[in-house]
Design a protein around this ligand. Structure first.
Ligand code: SAM
Length: 251
């Protein structure tokens, strides 16, 4: 059954009223008719089987026939602070990161970003939001990952420190500590709660030494992803997959 994230206001008691692009998808793309069923999610952590009853121009109505707790979410809440990348690569990270289970994305503005204008980044947010939504529906996520407004590096570090949990910065110059060792330490040391992780990935030109020092001063731990240099769009996804795997969130 097809899955659709809808605004909470679309659900009143056991009635569901759909408007906007989803109606076009139901009627013209999927060509569904009354009596057929879809799954609807309101980002509450619940999923609802809905039997369609009316499909008209611009509006569709249905009845909830079943509800259950969404299963598609990792236990680990991972926020990816990913430096904004040129072209389609940032959108690609959003799509793949949503499939993996990332809970939130923060477009990062670093000193060496190629894309640095916050206004230009804000203009992309609606399209990026649609990519996240479609990826979450396809991946059977139980919740819609949050896509934040672009944030300058220093503000992002302060936000991550305030969030608590374990904050990591992937740095190719780091030689002492690997991501794996840090996660293993976190699992065995309650002072390093691994249920809530913030992960920083730099831009095409990497983090500056000043940025790394600022992050460390805020308790954000540099970690290595190995000896090979990964492209920024590769590093965020590889690190996320390693985190979910090590914390048994991919089983
Ligand atoms: N210094 C890199 C170079 O020589 O090409 C540029 C940065 S790299 C393309 C983009 C980002 O990916 C880095 O800022 C870092 O966050 C992450 N990254 C790539 N390879 C890494 C590695 N082996 N260990 C840790 N982080 C890595």
């Amino acid at each position: 059954m097809q899955r659709f994230f809808v605004p909470p206001t679309a659900i009143q008691n056991d009635r569901v009223t759909l408007t906007g692009p989803v109606v076009h998808q139901l009627t013209h793309v999927l060509r569904l008719s009354p009596g057929q069923r879809i799954v609807v999610l309101d980002d509450s952590g619940w999923e609802y089987t809905v039997e369609l009853q009316r499909l008209g121009r611009g509006q569709a109505e249905g009845q909830i026939v079943e509800r259950w707790e969404a299963q598609g979410e990792p236990r680990t809440r991972l926020t990816l602070y990913q430096a904004v990348l040129k072209g389609e690569r940032f959108a690609w990270v959003l799509q793949k990161g949503t499939e993996l289970g990332i809970a939130a994305f923060v477009p990062l503005l670093c000193a060496r970003n190629v894309v640095r204008d916050p206004a230009a980044v804000r203009q992309k947010l609606p399209r990026w939001q649609a990519i996240v939504r479609e990826a979450a529906e396809q991946a059977r996520r139980g919740r819609l990952p949050r896509l934040a407004a672009p944030l300058p590096f220093a503000e992002a570090c302060a936000q991550a420190q305030a969030a608590g949990g374990l904050s990591l910065l992937a740095w190719e110059e780091e030689t002492a500590t690997s991501l794996k060792a840090t996660l293993r330490a976190g699992l065995s040391n309650l002072q390093l709660p691994t249920s809530n992780i913030q992960l920083f990935i730099g831009p095409e030109g990497g983090f500056t030494p000043d940025e790394v020092a600022l992050a460390q001063a805020q308790g954000i731990r540099p970690v290595s992803l190995g000896r090979r240099i990964l492209r920024a769009e590769t590093a965020g996804l590889v690190a996320a997959a390693i985190i979910f795997y090590e914390l048994d969130d991919l089983s």
